[in-house]
Design a protein around this ligand. Structure first.
Ligand code: ADP
Ligand code: MG
Length: 682
């Protein structure tokens, strides 16, 4: 791609066979690779004003020796040397361990530069490095590199600085001057020089700004190119239907749509009518009313003469969705089928036949929907609920079952916008950011476990008033390793406590589907008042009469998950409560609990979660589509990410990007990702 990739690292003075091998082991083969091996941190020797220094901070100061050093030995080898140093108007102490030889070298009034940890309380620097001449170090911020094997940081510094000296001027800039000047970005050569050998903090800042933008732009170009290609190459379905029919349908609902619901319905139906294939993410907090939106879209595809499929992660959820969709859609003559693993034998064969014949208009189910045996008559729309639980592969298989169905991914996990436009960069995003009117905010309390007794009294009172409660535990069975409350134990305890006052059900992932369904049914008709459960109830379950959500060991859950759990209550007219039982030890744990009590807004929570957990952990282990950036940080640099996304979209859809010389290097970068030719296409 550029000439430096073709120059071996051995061309650099001092890199022989052995060093070259060690570098190769770190995937550094060429001069280009070496220059792209950025420091992961810096040693900061910039002179510090002690008035600004923080306790325990590493500082470098210049001053005059103000007292004769005193030396104390303890044992034969261990010693401590202290002397007073006058730094500007400050008189401080310098302490130095096990370097007795300094005593004879230090003279009163001599100027020295000391580096070490600043003890603000004792006004003392614990010396790490001492220089006798006035401050002459020209590299005040030194790069620290990751190294392996026989390599040393010092060696790396030397090699990198030689590489910069001899080859720096050959560093090409993929960003054209037009873009650089728009954002006042330094050239790539300057940025590479500064990231390795910054003269000062400003240098480093400018280098960072440049790389943040570059990394985001390249990433977003890839996403936008992917999106463009998908649009151009996948023939979409132009679904033809009469929108007034949709309005008539929504008029049959027991409530008016919220403005947000209307808006996203418009966005979705607009996509469906267009000749492109819809690839849209619908985000809406728990309870924001995504199911209705799905129903409208499914009705639209049926009006256009096709079938719709709704795929959900669990059987319970599939049943609930089938039920609520049937209630809404049968009024307009739409037949809804339910396909799960539990539908077997003759019933299954008949259902599949009706799907094939087109007699089933809307099919709801778990991943069973994408098995080979399911043949659709004409699949026009695929909706998945809780999108991030499905792998990319599954989505593709389902998509390929139809000719080219429109695809809608629904999620109740509010994803911070930064992540949404990153992980789902090639998708369009719709957001329901408004709750149906009249919802009461759920009151959330964080209490220590020793308050359990009072909490149980409270639950008892709610049940006495005819309400129901969930009690969530992190684990199913007792584990030796983790001291956490488990569902089976808690179930036993509560059964005993509520003996004669309430019936307590137990639900967890190891129950058979039939058993789960049975428990769920009992809870939904209030035969069971308290449901002790693991997180299987996390997604989607709807029992409006439940008003209390108690979560044991709440510190074990992430914010998003806690919010999902909380969303199981507050679904009816009555005031609901969420009680977090937690004794978090870490600051982050405490912070999480506090945030939960402060806001009911899933988007606010998700932003905070992202801050606390970092982008890598946000989705947990399951979702790893996260790009890795060398310099950029999606959380802190999110503004740059948005800017880069807009720029990338404009570029990819402009002629000049594909023809003008100034964009040639960016095009080469993009080609290298494979998105243009189709190697990368989920
Ligand atoms: P989610 O987005 O979590 O899937 P649901 O679709 O299950 O939310 O909707 C939650 C509840 O809100 C349901 O009982 C539904 O009937 C109700 N609902 C949906 N939209 C509205 C609305 N516009 N006005 C009043 N209630 C609504
Ligand atoms: Mg839902």
């Amino acid at each position: 791609m550029n000439e430096l990739t073709t120059i071996s690292i051995k061309a650099i003075k001092g890199i022989g066979e052995e060093t070259a091998q060690a570098l190769e082991d770190m995937h550094i083969h060429s001069v280009h690779d070496l220059l792209e091996h950025f420091p992961y941190r810096y040693e900061d020797y910039e002179l510090k004003d002690l008035a600004e220094a923080k306790h325990d901070e590493k500082v470098t100061v210049e001053g005059k020796v103000h007292s004769v050093p005193s030396l104390t030995y303890y044992g034969k080898k261990r010693s401590r040397l202290t002397f007073r140093l006058l730094v500007n108007r400050y008189l401080i102490t310098v302490t130095c361990f096990n370097r007795p030889y300094y005593k004879s070298k230090l003279e009163i009034d001599q100027t020295v530069t000391v580096t070490g940890k600043w003890d603000q309380h004792r006004q003392t620097i614990n010396l790490q490095e001492l220089q006798f001449s006035p401050f002459v170090k020209n590299q005040t911020i030194e790069p620290v590199y990751s190294v392996k094997g026989s390599l040393t940081v010092k060696g790396m510094r030397k090699f990198v600085s030689l590489a910069l000296k001899n080859y720096g001027s050959s560093i090409q800039d993929m960003l054209p001057a037009s873009i650089r000047s728009r954002y006042k970005l330094v050239t790539r050569e300057e940025a590479v020089r500064s990231i390795h050998l910054p003269r000062d903090h400003e240098d480093l800042k400018q280098a960072r700004r440049r790389f943040v933008y570059e990394e985001f732009l390249l990433f977003q170009l890839k996403m936008q190119a992917l999106r463009k290609r998908e649009r151009e190459e996948t023939p979409g379905m132009k679904q033809v239907f009469d929108s007034t029919e949709l309005v008539n349908f929504t008029n049959l609902l027991p409530f008016p749509l919220t403005n947000a619901q209307k808006r996203v319905v418009n966005e979705i139906t607009h996509d469906m009518k267009s000749p492109y294939r819809m690839n849209r993410l619908l985000q809406g907090d728990v309870g924001s009313g995504k199911t209705v939106v799905a129903a409208v879209a499914l009705y639209a595809t049926v009006l256009a003469g096709h079938q719709g499929a709704l795929m959900v992660p669990t059987e319970i959820l599939a049943e609930q969705h089938a039920e609520s969709l049937t209630a809404m859609l049968e009024k307009v003559g739409i037949s809804v089928g339910l396909l799960t693993g539990s539908v077997k034998g003759k019933a299954r064969r008949e259902l599949l036949q009706r799907v094939k014949d087109g007699d089933v208009h809307v099919l709801v189910g778990t991943h069973a929907l994408i098995q080979d045996e399911v043949i659709y008559n004409s699949l026009g729309l695929v909706i998945t609920d809780e999108q991030h639980r499905f792998g990319v592969g599954q989505r593709r298989v389902l998509r390929e079952k139809g000719e080219s169905p429109d695809v809608l991914f629904m999620t109740a996990t509010p994803i911070p916008r930064t992540l949404a436009i990153t992980v789902f960069g090639e998708m369009d995003v719709s957001i329901i950011d408004e709750m149906p009117a009249g919802r009461k905010a759920i009151e959330t309390y964080w209490v220590k476990h020793d308050m359990l007794e009072r909490i149980l009294h409270f639950v008892e009172k709610e049940i006495h008033d005819g309400r129901q409660a969930y009690v969530i535990c992190p684990l199913i069975e007792e584990s030796d390793k983790l001291d956490v409350q488990n569902a089976i134990d808690v179930h036993a305890t509560l059964t005993h406590y509520f003996n004669g006052k309430a019936s307590v059900g137990l639900m967890h992932g190891r129950l058979s589907p039939d058993e789960k369904e049975e428990v769920m049914k009992q809870f939904s008709v209030n035969d069971v008042q308290i449901l002790v459960s693991t997180t299987v109830v996390e997604v989607g379950v709807n029992v409006p009469n439940a008003t209390v959500m108690v979560i044991y060991d709440a510190e074990r859950f992430g914010l998003s998950q806690l919010h999902q759990l909380r969303g199981r209550v507050g679904r009816g007219d009555a005031q609901s409560y969420c009680i977090l039982l937690a004794d978090p030890k870490s600051e982050v744990g405490k912070e999480r609990m506090t945030i939960m009590t402060e806001t009911n807004d899933g988007f606010v929570l998700s932003e905070r979660d992202l801050e606390l957990r970092g982008p890598g952990d946000f989705f947990g282990r399951k979702q790893s589509g996260m790009p890795e950036f060398k310099v950029a940080d999606m959380v802190h640099d999110y503004r740059a990410l948005e800017v880069a996304r807009e720029d990338a979209a404009k570029l990819v859809n402009s002629d000049s990007f594909w023809t003008e010389d100034q964009f040639a290097l960016l095009r080469i970068q993009l080609e290298a990702t494979g998105v243009l030719t189709g190697e990368k296409f989920d």
